[in-house]
Write a protein that binds this ligand. Structure first.
Ligand code: SF4
Ligand code: SF4
Length: 162
């Protein structure tokens, strides 16, 4: 456990350790699977889902539309944010479920896929689709000029530009 904590604090210290973080988290996922396999003979099996553990991703949801503050991209160790005209998405195939981006978003637009805002489950598919066509963004840039006017607006999917 001490080794894992040390590795975690080391890899959080900068982007250059992104690859190390990917290795570490893959190792963590392997441990989760190992643990789940070990539980095949326990009563807790029905409460677990090993496949789910392997497929977690974070998702950008509606609040980002027409805001795009981009605070989130600077902390992602594996560069899985992609930028559209007025929205960002996360590539679910690249996200390593590290959670570093979630607290960075000033409008709370980022959620894990197993804890999505009510009525926004469709954003998982939207992130997967648009991340295949929009370019990667790795550096913070100024927010959209009218971002503050849109940050508290809801039901704004129609405002999304592709
Ligand atoms: S910080 Fe939030 S609003 Fe800004 S680009 Fe990232 S997800 Fe969108
Ligand atoms: S949780 Fe956020 S910071 Fe971590 S890999 Fe996924 S998108 Fe990047």
């Amino acid at each position: 456990m001490l080794l894992l904590q040390t590795a975690t604090s080391t890899i959080r210290s900068g982007r250059s350790e992104g690859k190390l973080l990917r290795v570490f988290l893959n190792l963590r996922r392997m441990l989760v699977v190992y643990n789940d396999v070990g539980s095949l003979f326990s009563d807790s099996l029905l409460e677990r889902d090993p496949i789910r553990s392997l497929s977690m991703t974070y998702v950008v949801t509606e609040a980002c539309i027409r805001c795009k503050y981009t605070d989130c991209v600077e902390v992602c160790p594996v560069d899985c944010f992609h930028e559209g005209p007025n929205f960002l998405v996360i590539d679910p195939e690249e996200c390593i479920d590290c959670s570093l981006c979630e607290p960075e978003c000033p409008v709370n637009a980022i959620y894990p896929d197993d804890d999505m805002p009510v009525g926004q489950d469709n954003y998982l598919e939207l992130n997967a689709e648009l991340s295949q066509v929009w370019p990667v963004i790795t550096e913070m840039k100024p927010a959209l000029s009218d971002a503050d006017e849109w940050k508290d607006v809801t039901d704004k999917l129609d405002e999304l530009k592709r």
